[in-house]
Design a binder for this molecule. Structure first.
Ligand code: GLN
Length: 274
């Protein structure tokens, strides 16, 4: 057996080659401590390494579990975040959201940030780590919050990213005000048929009513009550949703702008309270 044969197990199952290679690399790194550096230096893979990776690939393919859940970690903006089936696996698109948010936070010296639907806490933790702001992450799921708490402890920023169980704004007090509200809410229209890997992710983190727009509508219309003067609202959005979300935001927010992801899809939208 060699590594090509293991990659082929994945591609034969319909996984694209670049993805298959990435997954094998992740498995080697996590379970065998065999990194890219070892590869560059020409260190040989042992039979034991190959057997370990093969077993993990078999588990991956048995029920199409995403490789990040098998590893129990996912890479996001320079850090490894703990993930379980209770949280969404952080996506590359979300790096665009967080990068834009950090730019706005730094330019405007924003201090208090609210992350709605924090899940693994990847957004809250990254902002707290890379800016001077303090972040409150809220989620309706206690199971997700447990993971977010593990992640903030791992990153050693417990005092700067804090978490609370709250259904959107339900447990935010009227006197609590934020300079920015950020969210990557569930946005896939209920009923959409998805690839089998997504069945392993919490459906509460993926799907929304109203053609995927429910959470945007709810957050946009409540956000003004919890924002400081000229506070910012920034979202990740799903494919084809930018016009609808823009029309919600235009009611209360000015300078509403959108940026596209690498695939050319409108992906991040933000604006400032009028
Ligand atoms: N905030 C988390 C993330 O961006 C979870 C988002 C969600 O569950 N919809 O990955």
């Amino acid at each position: 057996m060699n590594i090509q044969m293991i990659i082929k197990m994945l591609t034969d199952a319909g996984i694209e080659e670049w993805e298959a290679k990435k997954e094998v690399k992740m498995l080697l790194e996590h379970f065998c401590n065999y990194t890219e550096k070892d590869e560059i230096l020409g260190h040989p893979l042992t039979e034991e390494h190959l057997n370990i990776v093969k077993t993990k690939v078999e588990a991956r393919l048995a029920d199409r579990t995403p490789v990040q859940y098998i590893i129990g970690e996912s890479y996001f903006m320079g850090e490894f975040f703990k993930v379980t089936h209770d949280v969404l696996i952080p996506r590359q698109e979300t790096e665009l959201l967080v990068t834009k948010a950090i730019e706005i936070i730094k330019e405007n010296n924003l201090k208090q940030i609210l992350d709605i639907g924090t899940g693994s806490g990847c957004i809250a933790c990254t902002i707290a780590k890379r800016t001077n702001a303090t972040v409150l992450g809220v989620d309706i799921s206690s199971d997700a919050l447990r993971i977010a708490l593990d992640n903030v402890t791992r990153l050693g920023i417990n005092n700067r990213a804090v978490f609370r169980k709250s259904d959107l704004f339900s447990k935010i007090r009227a006197e609590e005000k934020f300079d920015m509200i950020i969210s990557n809410p569930p946005y896939i229209p209920v009923g959409t048929v998805l690839e089998p890997e997504l069945k392993h992710e919490p459906s509460i983190a993926l799907f929304a009513e109203e053609d995927g727009l429910e959470l945007y509508r709810k957050i946009v219309f409540q956000a003004p009550d919890y924002l400081n003067k000229e506070g910012w609202l920034i979202f990740e959005i799903g494919i084809g949703e930018s016009e609808a979300v823009k029309s919600f935001m235009n009611e209360y927010f000015k300078n509403v702008a959108v940026i596209k992801d690498l695939a050319g899809i409108d992906r991040v939208i933000w604006g400032q309270l009028m």
